[in-house]
Design a protein. Structure first.
Length: 435
């Protein structure tokens, strides 16, 4: 059991370099493995989730060297070069690995089984199994559509038109990756914009992807050509420090080289609506993804009604945005965010419970939460093994009156290796609790 203790107070200053983007890291291994030729990746996230994807492709016969200081070299085997793994593929905590791999593996000649840890084993997989079956895949889950997944190889897939019932980049990406192996054209339409790293990276690997409004389309049977990938810093990891600097008086930090893909920047928009002082300096494009240095200075925040269209664009940042809301003047209301209940934990309930334990009025609703800004006391909270909950409460300590103890923090390493060190260097007072 890993427990964090946060000493109250502090302010942030200096440069705060956070690790590589998780979503882009996963996709760089997947597409690099299926490409013809050798792909060089820089800035790869050496967190457990992305490493789960890397190990999965190693288990399917792909030669991958690294990661070493974020550098990975993938010797692509081509679209049909993967080999059957010797045993079932364990994906730890990583929903992205399981959902994207399901699509890819549905098109292979061999059978596979995908398993995960306790949290992943509770996450819904019917959302990918359903459309894959429509394409002709044979895929079985536990009752309720839960992992493990058993995927039968050797099926003939056909392209479909899929209208996604929820805004999910994982479902979209899963169907598109299966579409690479399908006969004809695969078309996915999303109810609201979601992260588009798969589409951008497919194009970077030379695959034709057509985008028209909310629809993305590709034709199966093409090939991927190796390329070099520069993974920007993860805006989802930067978000903890964006909120931290906003709520801690006297703070002024710069987060260098952060990905600011417009399908990911909801956190910036929401914080600015609350009054945050955020500037994007030196904007540039790196390997098909927009990047900037993000400067954040302390500013008093006010509660807001979070606009619906920003919800999918900030979907991973809500735990720490709720901490911002707890430190803001007035009431913040989030709705239309039922997806938060099926993340690594039920992020609505777990955050409502934790904030309430710290003396904040936080009322959960089926599809969101209402938070009344106030004074954070100290206390004990439980992250339920959810990395982003653990890091969100680490940030809350900046404005708490007493220590905050956070239980069950081991999974911080899934998305943010070195969090305690980087946080400490920037001014957060969070450390491992000595038993
Ligand atoms: C991800 C998509 C999001 C996000 C997850 C990573 C991706 O999930 O929450 O952390 O890399 O495609 P959904 O698409 O299910 O919302």
């Amino acid at each position: 059991m890993v427990t964090f203790r946060v000493i109250p107070g502090g302010r942030l200053s200096g440069n705060c370099a956070v690790p590589g983007d998780k979503s882009i890291s996963h996709r760089s291994i997947m597409l690099g493995s299926l490409a013809e030729g050798t792909s060089h990746i820089r800035g790869f996230l050496e967190g457990e989730d992305a490493l789960a994807t890397l190990n999965a492709f190693r288990a399917m016969g792909v030669e991958i060297s690294g990661p070493e200081n974020g550098q990975v070299i993938v010797s692509g085997v081509g679209m049909h070069g993967l080999r059957a793994p010797r045993e079932s593929i364990y994906l730890g905590n990583s929903g992205t690995s399981m959902r994207l791999l399901a699509g890819l593996l549905a098109g292979q000649a061999f059978d596979t089984q995908l398993t995960g840890d306790e949290s992943l084993s509770r996450r819904p997989m019917e959302r990918v199994a359903g459309p894959l079956r429509q394409m002709g895949a044979r895929i079985e889950a536990r009752p309720g559509g839960l992992p493990p997944l058993a995927i039968a190889g050797g099926q003939v897939l056909k392209g479909i038109r899929y209208d996604m019932p929820m805004a999910s980049a994982q479902v979209k990406s899963c169907v598109l990756l299966a579409g690479l192996y399908a006969r004809g054209v695969t078309t996915v339409t999303e109810p609201a914009p979601t992260r588009d790293h798969t589409e951008r990276m497919l194009a970077g690997f030379g695959y034709t992807v057509t985008r028209r409004g909310a629809t993305v389309e590709l034709e199966g049977g093409g090939k991927l050509v190796a390329c070099d990938i520069d993974v920007p810093a993860d805006i989802s990891s930067a978000a903890f420090f964006m909120v931290a600097a906003s709520i801690a008086p006297g703070s002024d930090i710069t987060l260098p080289h952060v990905g600011i893909n417009p399908t990911r920047t909801g956190v910036i928009d929401i914080l600015r609506l609350m009054g945050a002082n955020i500037s994007l300096d030196n904007p540039r494009e790196v390997g098909g993804e927009p990047v900037a240095d993000i400067r954040v200075r302390h500013a008093p925040l006010s509660g807001i009604d979070i606009p619906q269209h920003l919800v999918p664009l900030a979907i991973d940042e809500f735990p720490v945005l709720f901490v911002a809301a707890a430190c803001a003047r007035g009431r913040t209301v989030l709705s239309g965010a039922e997806e938060l209940r099926v993340k690594e934990s039920d992020r609505i309930q777990v955050m409502a419970d934790g904030l309430s334990a710290l003396g904040i009025e936080a009322v959960s609703r089926p599809d969101g939460i209402e938070i009344h800004g106030g004074t954070l006391a100290g206390g004990r909270v439980v992250s339920h093994g959810d990395h982003r909950i653990a890091m969100a409460f680490s940030v809350a300590g900046l404005r708490a009156s007493e220590d905050i103890v956070i239980e069950d923090c081991a999974n911080v390493a899934t998305s943010f290796p070195g969090f305690l060190q980087i946080a400490g260097d920037c001014g957060l007072r969070v450390s491992l609790e000595q038993e």
